[in-house]
Design a protein around this ligand. Structure first.
Ligand SMILES: NC(=O)c1ccc[n+]([C@@H]2O[C@H](COP(=O)([O-])OP(=O)(O)OC[C@H]3O[C@@H](n4cnc5c(N)ncnc54)[C@H](O)[C@@H]3O)[C@@H](O)[C@H]2O)c1
Length: 252
């Protein structure tokens, strides 16, 4: 028996990193998944053999229209939406003084407004079933000033997701819709690989003094398993929670 048998999940940013790991893990645990991203080539390459369980759709998380189209397609294809994982996000390395208004607005649109749009679009589908689970990806940067300290707008956006998660948790609890958040620390994903980092150990070298647990950096599945717990009924009495997955970084 899978931990997500008979569940239907929408996952954003599913073509790479934690999102990709989550689609694979959720599928293994019995879910049907609408895997979405803007990078459709990667997504189609990854899931061409599993079409029955994984429907790949384009979703730019900043587009309200695309959110509506994807949700309708999920409902049409699988009959319901049980789970939403708002995973997509990109860290923009611009300091408070170097950032400009255009960059600030873009970072907020991609990392914060997107999460609001996703919840605004999908919650009505969950309300029809009087049940649902939403998992929002935040970042240690929302809690600790020194995490991603070169990324002002990103930190602010993730701080917004932190409070929006709690707002939604409180306001939709009576519809049995749970809303939780996961806080990755330093995790080896596509984001680090773009900068030529190829192993956890290599990434961990930069965090020896800040992350106590070896190898001082995490892997994609560390986050996918956190998503899985919060998405599944195992966490049925958990809402508004902040699940930090950071190898002890924030305990310093
Ligand atoms: N990697 C880390 O150390 C770390 C730490 C803290 C938080 N996070 C968060 O984890 C989440 C996943 O990041 P990752 O590290 O797996 O990154 P990643 O770069 O491997 O994957 C991000 C995915 O998001 C997609 N994407 C980018 N813009 C999009 C848009 N407008 N609409 C839809 N999809 C879009 C990309 O195509 C990509 O597939 C993000 O929310 C990120 O902020 C990552």
């Amino acid at each position: 028996m899978g931990r997500l048998d008979n569940k239907v999940a929408i996952i954003t940013g599913a073509a790479s990193g934690m999102g990709l790991a989550a689609v694979k893990l959720f599928a293994k645990e019995g879910a049907k998944i609408v895997a979405t991203d803007i990078a459709m080539e990667n997504l189609k390459e990854e899931f061409s053999n599993q079409q029955e369980n994984v429907l790949t759709l384009k979703l730019d998380v900043t587009s309200e229209k695309q959110w509506k189209d994807v949700s309708e397609q999920a409902q049409k294809n699988y009959g319901k939406i049980d789970i939403l994982v708002n995973n997509a996000g990109v860290s923009v390395h611009k300091s408070l003084l170097d950032e400009d208004l255009e960059g600030w607005n873009k970072a907020l649109a991609l990392n914060l407004t997107s999460v609001w749009l996703g919840m605004k679009t999908v919650i009505p589908y969950m309300q029809k079933m009087n049940k649902g689970s939403i998992v929002n990806c935040v970042s240690l940067a929302a809690i600790v000033g020194g995490a991603d300290s070169g990324a002002a707008a990103y930190s602010a956006a993730k701080g917004g997701v932190r409070s929006l998660t709690k707002h939604a948790a409180i306001n939709f609890a009576d519809s049995h819709i749970r809303v939780n958040s996961v806080y990755p620390g330093a995790i080896l994903t596509g984001a680090a690989k773009k900068y030529g980092v190829t192993s956890q150990e290599q990434l961990g070298q930069a965090f020896v003094n800040t992350i106590p647990l070896p190898p001082h950096a995490g892997e994609e599945n560390d986050i996918a398993y956190a998503y899985l717990y919060l998405a599944s009924d195992e966490s049925k009495f958990v809402t508004g929670e902040e699940l930090i997955v950071d190898g002890g970084w924030s305990s310093q």
